[in-house]
Design a protein around this ligand. Structure first.
Ligand SMILES: [Zn+2]
Length: 446
């Protein structure tokens, strides 16, 4: 199937930062066949979508999300979820009452949020992955869904979770747009060495990746120093975890002198700057990671204390936080930030070498934004990358295409019934709260 897209500006996101004004993109069977400037008459007719005065650019990649947690959006406000204490006190109390049927509507809400704000590819990590996958398939988004594993040293739980993760990833094998990954919640503090080895073996056998929280706070390094006499990243390297695509979510407290261990590996330092800010912890060392040749990606994390999945906002916060913390303007440049949110994310999620750009051979994952809503400085005064990162809101994205399919046109999500999902999510939340109240009352009566 062939589709032609025309727009006043097409930002290729290639090494040269090329902008075609106007440009035309030819998509064949979900892949970009050609991209070129419009030199003669503007193409029109059947199969042509003319987006007019819009900027077309590659879609953004959210390398760390937990889509079902839209069900408990906001419940962790005022808490840090980056410590074991916060995780157990807030999240586990809700999750203890979560059952599979409460998952799909919230996944739909999260997917619609991501589509609405310009994300075209994301990595999920949560329990109930087999309940997540059908809704993600329907959404049209590209995704790597990590089967969440929390075994907490329990042999029975470990065996059960590993078998379930294997069955899930195998059931997704052969898919290109949506794949199953292995998603241990975290290493060390809630995962035994036996579980880590088994998870790695599973990822290698199935040719998938690992998705894990890492260095969210200094707890992990402290634990590894006490247990192994060496930092967590060194232990990870020795186990072989860095030899497969591995999302290391957060990395707030990775020691800078350890970063060279990540250089040239398939592991991605995945930064979630707004969660670091909300939790009052240091932000991941992005500048130092880039300088060390480390693959860097961007995520949104859960919405329990981040409340949204707008990667334009994450890009903006990444840049401002890096400058603020280092007392250095442009410590991470807009060009680098955009690269992290596009090409970096694609590489982190095992995308093709050209993916994340609008060039021949890349996947046709793209978004459009009306030029009137991209920062409007005088022509030549501001780079297009700065205009995108600092002068554009995710809410301004008007169109989204993944794999050659339109997921959103004129700000209407076409693949999901958002109103229906929101209504169902409310009913699901009411069910969850009534279960929590009943359990508390029962406990009180004992
Ligand atoms: Zn997370």
């Amino acid at each position: 199937m062939t589709e032609i897209i025309v727009a006043d500006q097409v930002y290729l996101n290639d090494d040269a930062g090329t902008v075609l004004s106007p440009g035309v993109i030819e998509v064949v069977d979900g892949v970009i066949h050609s991209v070129s400037p419009v030199t003669g008459p503007r193409p029109s007719g059947e199969g042509v979508t003319d987006l007019g005065a819009s900027l077309v650019m590659p879609g953004l990649v959210n390398a760390h999300a937990h889509t079902p947690m839209s069900l408990i959006r906001g419940v962790a406000e005022g808490h840090s979820l980056l410590t074991m204490e916060g995780f157990l006190a807030v999240l586990r109390t809700h999750e203890a009452h979560l059952t599979p049927e409460l998952v799909p509507a919230s996944v739909a809400v999260s997917c619609a949020d991501m589509i609405r704000h310009g994300t075209t590819f994301f990595a999920d990590q949560y329990f109930f992955a087999d309940e997540i996958a059908p809704t993600v398939q329907r959404s049209g988004l590209r995704a790597r869904i990590g089967w969440g594993i929390v075994e907490l040293g329990d042999d029975t739980a470990r065996a059960r979770e590993l078998a379930a993760a294997a069955a899930f990833a195998e059931s997704m094998a052969g898919g290109t747009r949506v794949q199953g990954w292995v998603g241990p919640h975290a290493y060390f503090v809630d995962n035994t060495p036996e579980a880590m080895e088994a998870e790695l073996a599973l990822a290698k056998r199935l040719g998938t990746g690992l998705h894990v929280h890492f260095s969210t706070s200094s707890e992990e390094d402290d634990w590894c120093m006490a247990e192994y006499g060496k930092p967590a990243l060194e232990v990870l390297r020795e186990t072989g975890m860095l030899d497969v695509p591995t999302i290391l979510a957060h990395c707030n407290t990775v020691p800078v002198d350890q970063l060279p261990l990540l250089a040239g590996t398939k592991a991605a330092l995945t930064v979630i700057p707004s969660v670091a800010m909300m939790s009052g912890v240091p932000a991941a060392p992005v500048r130092e990671a880039l300088d060390a040749g480390v693959l860097v990606a961007l995520g949104s994390d859960n919405v329990c204390n981040n409340t949204n999945t707008d990667l334009f906002e994450e890009m903006r916060i990444l840049g401002k936080l890096a400058a603020f913390a280092s007392h250095t303007p442009n410590h991470v440049t807009p060009r680098e930030i955009l690269g992290i949110a596009t090409r970096g994310g694609q590489r982190a999620l095992d995308g093709g070498p050209d993916d994340g750009q609008l060039v021949a051979g890349a996947v046709a994952d793209l978004i459009a934004i009306p030029l009137s809503e991209v920062s409007r400085g005088p022509v030549g005064a501001q780079s297009v990358e700065a205009a995108i990162v600092y002068g554009t809101s995710g809410a301004s994205v008007s169109h989204s295409m993944v794999d050659g399919q339109w997921l959103m046109t004129d700000r209407q999500v076409r693949t999901l019934d958002v109103a229906d999902a929101l209504s169902q999510q409310q009913r699901d939340y009411d069910t969850l709260v009534s279960r929590m109240r009943a359990a508390a009352a029962e406990e009180d009566s004992v």
